[in-house]
Design a protein around this ligand. Structure first.
Ligand SMILES: C[S@@+](CC[C@H](N)C(=O)[O-])C[C@H]1O[C@@H](n2cnc3c(N)ncnc32)[C@H](O)[C@@H]1O
Length: 280
């Protein structure tokens, strides 16, 4: 199998993040959006928002969290912000509501005045930005005094994304250098304590962290494997970088090691950390 380290272009950090491509909203939804969709409603319920608030969804992607906000939280207004035009276009198709607007922008430099929103949230974004402390600090800055600032990320270090853990375990068996690309290695701070410290350093008060778990049931092996071949996200990006032969080896390895139910489905789980605090 081709060694991932042969792809090294600049620094290790750049190399590990080189597959974080966020362009095709459809491919993202097939790979990850469909599972973020399971966490988002439970996350917004957990943060107990007051109705009729002004909301901001940072790194809104294809609109899974925004969708849950509209469905469950009766917002007065909601802005979703993301740098990816492809994802924003998918979000606009998905969430059609007069109260909602999707705009282009970066978490590290939110284009809003201080103290503009009642609830500022983010799903699966904080670990993908260049400066997560700045991003969460910006979320706090644009929140009104006493407003909720909250986010969720996968419990990568705790193996909380079982389908990714299975993928990377098989990849590393075949190519030890793939270890550097695994999210558990890249995002070691995505623990209860690490995320609480991030929220505290960003200036939030009254911080609380909880585990939110969901089932990820794959119909069959193809339902599991195909999203990895679509190129959107770190593991699919790695998969796309392999030669056809190496990719086939990885596919065969995974096919034999996954846990199957009698009907051929693959029952796995995901666990996210929800983090909430208040803007002081
Ligand atoms: C894993 S996706 C999460 C999308 C969505 N929130 C969800 O839960 O499905 C990561 C998102 O972070 C966005 N992102 C990457 N860098 C960003 C930045 N600097 N500022 C804001 N969003 C960013 C990507 O475009 C992508 O939409």
């Amino acid at each position: 199998m081709m060694s991932a380290s042969k792809l090294l272009v600049v620094g290790e950090m750049n190399e590990a993040s080189r597959h974080d491509a966020w362009q095709s909203g459809g491919n993202y939804d097939n790979y990850m959006g469909r599972w973020s969709r399971r966490i988002a409603p439970r996350f917004v319920e957990w943060i107990e928002p007051a109705p009729r608030g002004d909301w901001l969804d940072v790194g809104c992607g294809t609109g899974e969290l925004s969708n849950a906000i509209v469905a469950h939280c009766d917002p007065k207004s909601l802005i979703g912000i993301d740098p990816s035009d492809g994802f924003l276009s998918k979000a606009r198709d998905k969430v059609r509501d007069d109260r909602v607007d999707f705009v282009a922008g970066q978490a590290e430099k939110l284009p809003f005045p201080s103290e503009s929103f009642d609830v500022v949230v983010s799903g699966l974004m904080v670990n993908f930005v260049s400066d997560r402390l700045l991003a969460v600090s910006e979320m706090r800055r644009v929140a009104r005094r006493g407003a909720t600032v909250a986010f969720y990320v996968w419990d990568y270090p705790g193996g909380g994304v079982e389908f990714m853990r299975a993928f990377w375990a098989a990849a590393v068996d075949l190519d030890p250098t793939a270890r550097d690309f695994g999210e558990d290695k890249r995002f070691p701070y995505c623990t209860r304590d690490g995320l609480a410290a991030l929220a505290e350093n960003a200036g939030l008060a009254g911080i609380d962290v909880t585990a939110i778990e969901a089932q990820t049931l794959f119909r069959d092996f193809d339902d599991f494997w195909r999203p990895f071949t679509l190129g959107t996200g770190p593991a699919p990006g790695y998969c796309a970088s392999l030669s056809p032969g190496a990719r086939e080896q990885l596919r065969s390895r995974l096919r034999t090691v996954l846990p199957y139910d009698r009907d051929g489905s693959i029952p796995l789980k995901v666990r996210a950390w929800g983090v909430r605090g208040r803007a002081p």
